[in-house]
Write a protein that binds this ligand. Structure first.
Ligand code: SF4
Length: 353
């Protein structure tokens, strides 16, 4: 029986090879994934008990607050809310598992701390299908699927009939089960848990490394624009492979001890400690040592945390205005300095479908 997670469905809709590659799955962690996990935990606590937990950093606080706002708007749809409950179901030789952020008969909900891609519909359909099995006492004609973009507070909704959901998933599962040695590479490979053992990826990694062997500046300048974009994508994969290999090395050194080279050097794990100062507890002591202006030079105010704190204090319906008013007031006294940075991003071209 092939095992598939709902969160894998958008990738599997593009390439059906992964469940057939027999290897250890590496689900890489990243800062973004850790943030997503913490936001999901805070959101679940809020939806279950109405409690607003303490975020570990500014960004998490901002994202969780944004999801709370969207939830407050939609929660009336959740007549029997099921929060973060793991589910599973089997069809056409595939066992599907998934844990939606929230569902109730007729509606499923997913918070996205990354961008909402159109293909996240596959993941939501997977959740809806599992929820429809769990809600079999409530025969339903239609499901509402909601994806919330925690970065902007916006959301996308889709309406899908239960029969369409079942048929679309069933067709995809047939393609997965009947897979015929065909690999489709692309951006979706970045999160593929078996990319390290995928023959198509190995070929790409080799050809990317070969492209980078001659003078890289000449190579990059000679490439046509579309090939530069391809190279950028492939270099991202190469970088990922390198960080996976570094993580594997670190694990080995942690497990077996330092690894010695022939030149007197060794790879070893060292411990570094960093002090974090609790501002509230330290405040009376700090102000005894430093004047206001001196202390201000040591303090950095995080805009996201400030906005969350102001929003949390404001009445319902007044939160946006409270944040805007604060910004207007502090800008008027010259307390806001805006700097610009330039970065290279891979984005959708304006007007492209
Ligand atoms: S790495 Fe890409 S091509 Fe290979 S199995 Fe995964 S999704 Fe398919």
């Amino acid at each position: 029986m092939l095992k598939v997670r709902c969160s894998d469905l958008p990738r599997l809709a593009k390439c059906q090879a992964a469940p057939h590659i027999q290897t250890l799955e590496i689900r890489s962690t990243s800062d973004a994934a850790d943030i997503g996990t913490e936001v999901a935990f805070l959101n679940a606590e809020y939806r279950r008990h109405g409690t607003i937990g303490q975020p570990s950093n500014d960004e998490v606080g901002f994202l969780a607050a944004s999801c709370r706002k969207a939830w407050d708007e939609f929660k009336h749809l959740f007549t029997e809310p099921h929060i973060e409950e793991g589910m599973s179901g089997t069809v056409t030789g595939v066992q599907l598992t998934g844990t939606p952020d929230a569902w109730s008969p007729g509606v499923v909900w997913d918070d996205k701390t990354g961008r909402i891609e159109a293909d996240c519909l596959w993941q939501l359909m997977g959740y809806a299908w599992l929820a429809s099995i769990a809600a079999k006492d409530h025969p339903l004609a239609e499901w509402t699927l909601v994806a919330v973009d925690a970065r902007t507070g916006s959301y996308r909704t889709w309406k899908k009939s239960e029969i369409d959901i079942y048929n679309e998933l069933r067709n995809l599962f047939i393609k997965i089960v009947d897979w015929q040695d065909k690999y489709s590479t692309g951006d979706h490979c970045y999160f593929c848990p078996v990319a390290h053992a995928c023959p198509a990826q190995m070929a790409l990694v080799k050809s990317t490394a070969a492209t980078l062997l001659p003078d890289v500046i000449q190579t990059v300048n000679a490439l046509p624009p579309a090939k530069c974009v391809d190279l950028y994508r492939q270099m991202n994969m190469l970088e990922k492979r390198i960080s996976e290999a570094k993580a594997a090395l670190k694990l080995r050194v942690t497990t077996t001890g330092a690894l010695a080279a022939d030149d007197g050097m060794e790879l070893a794990i060292v411990e570094e400690s960093r002090d974090e100062i609790d501002a509230l507890k330290a405040w009376p002591v700090l102000t005894a040592y430093l004047k206001e202006a001196e202390l201000a030079g040591c303090v950095k105010i995080l805009k996201g945390a400030l906005m969350s704190a102001v929003a949390d204090k404001a009445e319902r319906g007044q939160k946006k205005a409270a944040k805007e008013n604060l910004m207007v007031e502090i800008e008027a006294i010259g307390a806001v300095e805006t700097s610009k940075i330039e970065k290279m991003v891979l984005r959708k071209k304006e007007g492209a479908k």
